[in-house]
Structures are given as structure tokens and as C-alpha cells.
Design a protein around this ligand. Structure first.
Ligand code: 3PG
Ligand code: CO
Length: 555
């Protein structure tokens, strides 16, 4: 039968202290002025790269290597940390939703049947991120769902949009809203009363994560449910155009707005008897709104009204909390993650990041599951992020604090695995501020140094890698790789992740002589890291894990 017991590694010892460092948004790309990692002063990461060639390599972090639909899909933190922690490649939310829509199975599932009960008398509300970024949601999926819902009898539909500019170029929201409005107009011709009801920028409205700032969710609630917002417009396209102008605001940070009718009344508050779907497939930024929509007992902000609705997520977002309880597509069944195995095999684990990435090294790492496997063997430490700012203002973020916590955990010798996420290159890269991103990359490098020094002191092992690219390329390029200019001749800033591979470096005094990267996994990706780390803890990985990246040569 099944056993959690791992087989001992034939050559590598147990009880070593292993630092597992994930640099968020740190890819490898050609050096030039838009490569902030290259421009920044990063002596620690440089020395790893220039060190022993058998201890540094690149691995894949995007596309099918992390379970995304195509090789044109950039990597992201959810799929990246899932792969790092689970050691296998799962078809991810984006792909599972594609399949369910293509086969029509989405309309036969429990979740859709549940919300469909409201189609006769109530309104169907769709809330989510409006872009083709493919990280949290996709516009084409929303359009298919709209059509399928109206074919299934939805007569009144309201869409509550969150503008992007973070996984896609800033300024593209206008076009996405136009596309959506055209599709809604087509539904209108078919007799469906369908329109956009509210909106706001994703970083300011609704899509907070890891309980960093409930005000963000409240702003969304007020607009979506109560129909109240500081700005009122007759159309979403007009709203976005106006709100981007004076003062200049990026798509990500647009203030909340509601769409009103000719008499100034909001066109789509959520009321008793309505159905609600949050159409994002990615979990982290939907958990908070899902709690607000689903939990009877809720004290994070004053909801004013708690309408009796039927609510379903595109996916179930938290497998431990079973949240939400109704969903249209089953999430990937990520089980037997490396974290769970290691706990069963006596490996004590410490994990730490600051709030905005805390769930990456816990929740995502453990297969979208909140909480501990065994609180006696694990300690997860969250350092509060600065809230209410855009991170280009504080590009050093909490990198040093995270590193110091990791250092203390290493020096305490109470843990065998000390795992961190250093957020800087990603969070600041997403703001599109090149100068600040350069500062961010240096801060992350300083933090790596602190952790490697501690590993040196205790005779441990380090693994330094990243979850996907971001800061290594800050400009949108054409197919040939030339920077794209806008109509005023300015470069187009790339706020999103990239398709680049990421580095992985191994080392430390505890690394047995003869350990080196193998040559026979040239296509290795993030999913190969889990088996590698299990080896460093003295175990063979389970046979269905992606193969380890290392071999041990007898000297
Ligand atoms: C976000 O949610 O901030 C971006 O869409 C993706 O960034 P992440 O995958 O690095 O979290
Ligand atoms: Co990111």
C-alpha cells in the first residue's frame, strides 16, 4: 500500500540544513539597459553564475513546463511555486478551464447547475480580471462563459470588471473593455439584458491577497454588491479613459466606479436571488472576495448588506478551507507535495516571506492548501508588507528582514529546510519603474548574501532559484527582439512576467563532494527542483516526481 516513507538516498546524508531561496521574478536574459538584474549591482548572484559551471544552470519556468496551455504563456508565481513544491507538472487552472469550456462540461457540472437555479428570476454577476494575461483569468474564457450562460437561460447578466495593466501592458484595458462591451451588445440583440456594472483597478479594488489589506476588497464590495463608488459613469470604456487621465493612473490602480442608468441609478448591485461567479481561475487574489461572498460570519469589514446569493468560483481556490464550496471547474489535484513528504520523514521546515508573497512559499508551495501539515514540525513566519503603497516607492521591501529571519532559523539549527521567497524583483518589476527595479534587484541580492553566509556557518547547503522571469526584461519587444515604441516614440514598458528561463544554483559546505548538475535533463524545469531538494535532505524522491537535476560522482 501507499507509504509516506521515502527511500534513503544511496549517497547523500540526512540532517543537513538546506536553504531554499526563491527569488520572485528573476529570469535570465541578454544583458542590456532594460535588464534590471544586469544593470543592478548583484555580486552574490553574479558569483554563483560565474562559479563552478556544474553548480549553476538554467531551468524552464513558463509554458507547458509549469502546466500552462501553450509555450506563449509566461510563468507566474502560482504555477511556479506549485511546480517547485509538488515536483510534478499539473495541468493548471488556465488549461482546465479551457478544456471544460471546449467540451461544454463546465455547463454540466455541479457548480453551474447550482448558479443556474437563479437564472429565471435573478441576475448573473461575473466578477474578475479583464485581460488576456492568462495569469489569473482570460478574456476569451469570459466571453465563452457569457455565451454559454445566456444559452443556458441567463436573461440578465452584469459584469464587474477589474482592469489589469500588470500581466499585460498598461493602457490595454480600454481595448479589453471595448471588446467586452461589443460582445455584451451582441447578447443584447439576442434579448439578453447584459452590461458592465462596475469596475476598478486590480491592485486597488478586490484583488488583494493573503489579507494584506481588506480595504481593497471592501472597495470592490461597495461597488459590486452595494452599487456605491466615488465615480459614476454611463459606460465602462468612458470610465477607464477618464480615470486614467487626471490624475494619471495606471490600469492596475484605477479607483472603483459604478455604471449608472439615465436616472443615475447603479445598473447592477448584487441582491437576494442573484447568482455570482468569480471568473478568475487563479487562487491567491480570489480567496478574500470568496470569503466575503460566502461566509455568513465575517468581520473583516462591514458588508452593510449580505445578499442571499448562489455563489460559485471558477475554481475552488483553497483546498483546505474548501473555499468556495461551489465552483465551475475542479482545480488541479495537487497532492503528495514535497512539503508533506518531508514532514512525514522527519524534516523540520521553516518558511518565510513578507505578506504579499507569504502564501507563495506556504499555500502555493503546498499545492494551494492553507495551514500546516504538522505544526510540531513546521514554522511559517509572515513579515507584514508595507500596505497602501506601490512598491517602487519602497523597492527594498522587507528583503533584509526576511533574510534575517531565515538566518536566525538557520543558525538556530532547529530546522532542516529554511525556505524563503524574496519578492523585490517581481513586485517592483510589476510597477514598470526601471530605476526602482534596479534598487529592488540589489536588495534581493543583499538578502541572498545574508542567507548564504548563515549556511556557510552551519555547514549547510543552498539552493537558489526563481519562480519566473520579470525584472530581467522591462520592455515590450517585437518578434525579432527589438524594443517596441508607442505612437509618441517612447518604449513600451513591460510590467508583466516573461517567458525567460530562471537560474538555479546549488552549493554550500554541506554539499557532498561529487554533487553536480546532470547533463541528461536539458529541458529541466521548476518541477525538477523538488526531487533535487529531497536528495539534499538525504532521500530519493517518489518515483512519479520529475527527475532530480543532480547526480553524485564518486571521487
Ligand atoms: C500578481 O498577481 O501580482 C500578478 O498577476 C502575477 O504576479 P505573481 O505571479 O508573481 O504573483
Ligand atoms: Co509577479
Amino acid at each position: 500500500g501507499f507509504s509516506w516513507k521515502l527511500v534513503d538516498h544511496p549517497k547523500l546524508p540526512k540532517e543537513k540544513i538546506v536553504a531554499m531561496i526563491v527569488l520572485d521574478g528573476w529570469g535570465e536574459a541578454i544583458p542590456n539597459q532594460y535588464n534590471c538584474i544586469h544593470v543592478a549591482d548583484t555580486p552574490t548572484m553574479d558569483s554563483l553564475k560565474q562559479g563552478a559551471p556544474e553548480k549553476w544552470r538554467l531551468i524552464r519556468a513558463h509554458g507547458t513546463a509549469v502546466g500552462l496551455p501553450t509555450e506563449d504563456d509566461m510563468g507566474n508565481s502560482e504555477v511556479g511555486h506549485n511546480a517547485l513544491g509538488a515536483g510534478r507538472i499539473y495541468a493548471q487552472g488556465a488549461k482546465l478551464v479551457d478544456l471544460a469550456l471546449a467540451s461544454g462540461k463546465i455547463y454540466e457540472g455541479e457548480g453551474f447547475k447550482y448558479i443556474k437555479e437563479c437564472f429565471d428570476k435573478g441576475t448573473l454577476h461575473l466578477i474578475g480580471l479583464l485581460s488576456d494575461g492568462g495569469v489569473h483569468s482570460r478574456l476569451d474564457q469570459l466571453l465563452l462563459l457569457l455565451k454559454g450562460s445566456s444559452d443556458s437561460g441567463a436573461k440578465r447578466i452584469r459584469v464587474h470588471i477589474l482592469t489589469d495593466g500588470r500581466d499585460v501592458l498598461d493602457g490595454t484595458s480600454v481595448g479589453f473593455a471595448e471588446t467586452l462591451e461589443n460582445e455584451l451588445a451582441k447578447l443584447h440583440e439576442k434579448g439578453v439584458d447584459a452590461q458592465i456594472a462596475s469596475g476598478g483597478g486590480r491592485m486597488y479594488v478586490t484583488m488583494d491577497r493573503y489579507e494584506n489589506d481588506w480595504e481593497v476588497v471592501k472597495r470592490g464590495w461597495d461597488a459590486q454588491v452595494l452599487g456605491e463608488a466615488p465615480h459614476k459613469f454611463r459606460s465602462a470604456v468612458e470610465a477607464i479613459k477618464k480615470l486614467r487621465e487626471d490624475p494619471k493612473v495606471n490600469d492596475q490602480y484605477l479607483p472603483p466606479f459604478v455604471i449608472v442608468n439615465e436616472s443615475g441609478q447603479p445598473v447592477g448591485p448584487i441582491v437576494d436571488g442573484d447568482a455570482v461567479v468569480t471568473f478568475n481561475f487563479r487562487a491567491d487574489r480570489m480567496v478574500m472576495i470568496a470569503k466575503a461572498l460566502e461566509y455568513e460570519d465575517f468581520d473583516k469589514f462591514d458588508r452593510v448588506r449580505f445578499p442571499k446569493i448562489r455563489y460559485a468560483g471558477m475554481l475552488q481556490y483553497d483546498g483546505e478551507l474548501k473555499l468556495p464550496s461551489h465552483y465551475l471547474v475542479s482545480p488541479p489535484e495537487i497532492e503528495r507535495t514535497s512539503g508533506e513528504y518531508l514532514v512525514h520523514n522527519g524534516v523540520h521546515t521553516f518558511a518565510c516571506s513578507e505578506t504579499v508573497k507569504f502564501g507563495h512559499v506556504t499555500f502555493f508551495w503546498n499545492g494551494n492548501r492553507s495551514g500546516y501539515f504538522n505544526p510540531n514540525m513546521e514554522e511559517y513566519v509572515e513579515i507584514p508588507s508595507d500596505s497602501g503603497i506601490t512598491f517602487n516607492v519602497q523597492p527594498k521591501m522587507k528583503a533584509i528582514e526576511i533574510a534575517e529571519k531565515a538566518r536566525d532559523a538557520i543558525l538556530s539549527c532547529k530546522f532542516h529546510q529554511v525556505r524563503v521567497n524574496l519578492p523585490n524583483s517581481d513586485m517592483v518589476g510589476h510597477t514598470g519603474d526601471i530605476e526602482a527595479t534596479i534598487v529592488a534587484c540589489k536588495a534581493a541580492d543583499d538578502a541572498v548574501k545574508i542567507i548564504l553566509d548563515a549556511i556557510e556557518q552551519v555547514g549547510g547547503i543552498y539552493v537558489v532559484t526563481a519562480d519566473h522571469g520579470n525584472a530581467e526584461d522591462m520592455v515590450k519587444r517585437d518578434k525579432s527582439g527589438k524594443p517596441l515604441l508607442d505612437k509618441n516614440g517612447n518604449i513600451q514598458i513591460l510590467t508583466s512576467h516573461t517567458l525567460q528561463p530562471v537560474p538555479i544554483a546549488i552549493g554550500g559546505p554541506g554539499l557532498a563532494p561529487g554533487v553536480r548538475f546532470r547533463n541528461d535533463v536539458p529541458d529541466g524545469g521548476l518541477a525538477n527542483v523538488a526531487a533535487t531538494v529531497m536528495n539534499f535532505h538525504g532521500f530519493e524522491a517518489p518515483s512519479d516526481y520529475e527527475p532530480t537535476l543532480i547526480e553524485v560522482i564518486d571521487n
